[in-house]
Write a protein that binds this ligand. Structure first.
Ligand code: GLU
Length: 493
């Protein structure tokens, strides 16, 4: 029997997402329940959006959750390297094989031509690449390559017939080849696209089962075709249901905090978050809601995954976390968890200089610093009474700041300041009038330590969470207002 090998293949382009942990958990549970191996691969072919900070944060979060891997970029293994940017030559060789065997072709179409093609297609209702460069003769291709013309490599796709996608959880899905685009496999800079890199790596890393989010189902026909072209056996595919917001829309940070760091900062225990993610579409055979990763591995049966969209309900997570805190820890263990979390010199020393400026007694410290340990500060609309802005402008201001901070890639006091100032300038408001509600939203009080420093220390997730919370307390902004505000955001740049 072939060895069971699964993988998680995150792209390091942002905060470590709870969806990544969810997919990692099911891959690990499945592999370990079968005596197999679980691999971590970093898919950083998007060189513009990938950052080493994001990669480090993803690895840290998965480790914190106890979702360790047998092979990966940090610990190596026999199928490395495990970071796609270190495997460029491998993909280029494989793209060449496809070209040599007539399964792929060079495409010299410029961005302008492709734009023109899309415009025309809008009228005819067609989509996808029109095959323009398929007609080039071998001599023509050679002379253009020799002349150094920029080109990409695209895969050929059958003109007729259909592809059958088998999935562990679904009946086979049939997709007409005519609906599948002649996907770019290698970009003009020699970097592979996701499809080529994923197939080559899954094969070379001997992945037996691909468990991934169902948003990837539509990519599967192209990948199956690539396996055929290479003459390789495809892995078994299993597309897991997407996590959803309470309104059943796809889990998004606009409606729910999605970063693992946020839940850590809120004081959620890793075992509770794992348990909660395990409940997403899966149940223990005995129906018990509280279970450990080991319980899950011992009882794991992939067929027990239900496809109905699992709802990521933060209240349920709190309930479960409370049970772990109250039922599973001795007071000594609880103290240790607190010390590891934020009751430690590392964390406290970060805000000590801020607090020091404002105290007369040691006993003044705790009330002043309380918000550094809190989840959401206790707020009511009356908390904002002292603010000079009218209600509409107030909500608008907080929302625009929230969006600016959601897009902030480098968290730091100066950048936070620049974002807040950009919003104040755009709304033609005094900085003082914008800072006042920010103080209340972040610290829960009108008079506190420097709020920009506080935001820096609290970190992006907790800061955004509190802004979102304040907007909600103030009654939120309707859909219409949000839409028109989005246009203003674009104007701020
Ligand atoms: N890099 C993709 C992601 O970010 C991986 C998709 C897959 O598992 O094939 O989710």
């Amino acid at each position: 029997m072939t060895k069971i090998r699964t993988r998680i293949a995150p792209s390091p382009t942002g905060d470590p997402h709870v969806g990544t942990a969810y997919i990692a958990l099911f891959n690990r549970a499945f592999a370990k329940s079968q005596g197999g191996e679980f691999i971590l691969r970093i898919e950083d072919t998007d060189q513009v959006r990938s950052t080493p900070e994001s990669e480090a944060a993803i690895l840290n979060s998965l480790n914190w959750l106890g979702l360790s891997w047998d092979e990966g970029p940090d610990c190596g293994g026999p199928h490395g390297p495990y970071r796609q940017s270190d495997r460029k030559a491998i993909y280029q060789d494989h793209a060449q094989t496809l070209l040599d065997e007539g399964h792929a072709f060079h495409c010299f179409c410029t961005a302008e031509r492709l734009d023109e093609m899309r415009k025309q297609q809008q009228e005819t209702g067609q989509s996808g690449y029109d095959g323009h460069c398929l007609a080039l003769s071998a001599d023509e291709v050679k002379s253009r390559l020799d002349a150094g013309d920029a080109s990409v490599v695209r895969m050929k796709v059958p003109e007729t017939g259909h592809c059958e996608v088998a999935d562990l959880l679904r009946d086979p899905i049939e997709i007409e080849w005519s609906q599948i685009d002649m996907q770019v496999l290698l970009k003009s800079d020699g970097m592979p696209t996701y499809h080529l890199a994923c197939v080559v790596d899954d094969h070379l890393m001997e992945i037996s089962h691909v468990l991934r989010g169902e948003e990837w189902i539509s990519s599967t026909p192209k990948q199956i075709l690539l396996y055929q072209y290479f003459g390789w056996e495809p892995p078994v595919f299993c597309h897991l249901p997407l996590l959803r917001n309470a309104d059943k829309s796809k889990l998004s940070k606009r409606k729910n905090p999605t970063s693992i760091d946020y839940y850590h900062s809120l004081g959620i225990l890793p075992e509770a978050l794992i348990n909660f993610l395990g409940m997403m579409g899966w149940t223990m055979p005995n129906g018990e809601e509280k279970f450990t990763l080991d319980d899950m591995i011992a009882n794991f049966d992939v067929k027990r995954i239900s496809l109905g969209g699992p709802v990521f309900d933060p209240e349920k997570l709190d309930w479960l976390n409370g049970r772990y805190l109250r039922e599973d820890l001795t007071p000594e263990q609880l103290l240790q968890r607190l010390l590891d979390w934020k009751f430690n010199a590392d964390y406290v020393s970060r805000f000590m200089p801020l607090v020091q400026q404002r105290i007369e007694r040691l006993s003044d410290v705790a009330p002043l610093a309380q918000f550094f340990f809190q989840g959401m500060p206790t707020l009511t609309p009356a908390s904002f009474e002292s603010v000079k802005l009218d209600e509409d402008t107030l909500k608008k201001t907080l929302q625009l700041i929230l969006w600016k901070l959601e897009a902030e890639r480098h968290w730091g006091k100066d950048n936070i300041m620049a974002d807040v100032k950009a919003v104040a300038d755009h709304l033609e408001l005094k900085m003082r009038d914008v800072m006042a509600p920010l103080f209340i939203a972040i610290t829960g009080s009108a008079a506190s330590v420097s709020v920009l420093d506080a935001m820096n220390i609290l970190g992006p997730d907790m800061t955004r969470g509190r802004l979102r919370h304040a907007i909600e307390i103030l009654g939120g902004l309707g859909k219409k207002k949000l839409k028109s505000l989005e246009k203003e955001l674009a104007a701020i740049g």
